[in-house]
Write a protein of this length. Structure first.
Length: 303
């Protein structure tokens, strides 16, 4: 299958592109250039020469694609200034809107659009499957909701899968190396009181799961991309301490985390609990179904 990926040069996108290529698919990388050149939205924009030119390039890139995967978006794991919050919105809403418009302009649209979101959509309290529509409060939840609403405008003949990612763990990049650094130095660092939920998924399982939903026509709608294991930050800290054989345990007060990350500290101090009900019901199997298995597969004991 010919598969277009926005955000293919990013951390997740590059691994997904490599995985899909190894599976025999042809990957079309949709870089930032495909989403630049669009005038600001407003009356009379359609028909504008610049708009038509930018949309024409994007439509041409999607010709013949059987699937589109939308991973575009600026990194969430940094301090959120007002300017950066605008970038977080613009880097998700704009490309998703343009992709949906381009799909609608195709004579033969793709069979499926897989569009990313995050478990930050859910409230911090409780545990949620895909059938629970409850939305949390705050910037991250609002961002996820707005992002998903753009994807839901896809033409009705195109199967839509909205993938809500948990925290992605990989020994080679993303959040895990930063998380594990104190443990490798002999310090087990718990964030806040440790009661916050951590919904996570191994990178290898994530790319396999995206490939799975691309090919399984029965999977549609919201899909939680998280490991089956439910963890709190304290439980995660304990597992890492045992793996790295760390006896010195310290708590990092919430005010320190907030001083460093500002409003973005909510990602670390107010996590969500999500359940991968649709994936498991569809028959997907996780290679790293719990944190012990992930650590065993990813890093030598005590290293």
């Amino acid at each position: 299958m010919k598969i277009a990926i926005s955000g293919a040069s990013g951390f997740i996108g590059s691994h997904l592109a490599g995985y899909l290529t190894a599976q025999g698919h042809q990957v079309v990388s949709l870089g930032r250039g495909y989403f630049s050149g669009f005038p600001a939205p407003g009356p009379g924009v359609i028909g504008d020469r610049a708009w038509d030119g930018a949309m024409g390039r994007l439509v041409a890139a999607l010709e013949g694609c059987g699937a589109v995967v939308n991973l575009a978006g600026a990194p969430i794991d940094r301090r959120w200034s007002d300017t950066y919050k605008e970038e977080l919105y613009a880097s998700r809403i704009g490309p998703t809107r343009r992709l949906v418009e381009a799909i609608g302009a195709l004579e033969t649209p793709p069979g499926v659009l897989v569009s990313a979101s995050a478990v930050g959509y859910y409230p911090a309290e409780g545990c949620y499957t895909e059938t629970d529509a409850r939305k949390g409060t705050g910037f991250l939840s609002d961002l996820c909701a707005a992002w998903e609403q753009e994807a839901q405008r896809v033409p009705p003949g195109v199967r839509l899968v909205v993938t809500r990612f948990g925290v992605v763990f990989s020994p080679g990049g993303g959040a895990f190396p930063r998380l594990a650094r104190p443990f490798r130095m002999g310090i087990a660092a718990r964030l806040g009181d440790g009661s916050q939920n951590v919904s996570w998924i191994a990178l290898e399982d994530l790319v396999r799961a995206i490939g799975f939903v691309l090919e399984d026509a029965a999977v549609r709608g919201t899909v939680n991309m998280v490991a089956p294991q439910h963890l709190t930050n304290a439980e995660l800290t304990g597992a890492l301490a045992r793996h790295y054989r760390v006896s010195l345990r310290v708590g990092v007060p919430g005010w320190i985390v907030r001083a460093i990350y500002g409003e973005a500290a909510q990602v670390l101090l107010s996590g969500q609990c999500a359940v991968p009900e649709k994936l498991t019901a569809a028959g997907f199997t996780f290679d790293a179904e719990n944190i012990e298995r992930f650590l065993e597969r990813s890093t030598p004991l005590g290293k």
